[in-house]
Design a protein. Sequence first.
Length: 115
Amino acid sequence: MIPANILGLGWACTPAGLKAMEELAKLEEERGNPAYGGIGGKERVASNEMCTFLILNISSLQLIPVNMIAYRQQYGSVNPAGIIAPAIAATFVSTMVAVVYCKVKDRKRKEKYNI
């Protein structure tokens, strides 16, 4: 999944991502995490690993944005690969923000549930 995201082909790893999320859900149920079961078992809260996986997948650091280069070439751009440096910078920032966000939310969750 990571190579597909790095190449800007995040859509290609959707089936694998869904399977990974199912496995993470099974892991949380096996752990017996009270936060995952919710109060009375009616409400389920995603685990830290689930949130981190999802956010990192969404922010997806891209080294070669293949789709954008193809679109730019299709519409007659003089330099279709000129988007590479800005794409690396933008996706690097989004990934770093995602990591910081996950760490902050994890800390708040630990305080709330006294973990």
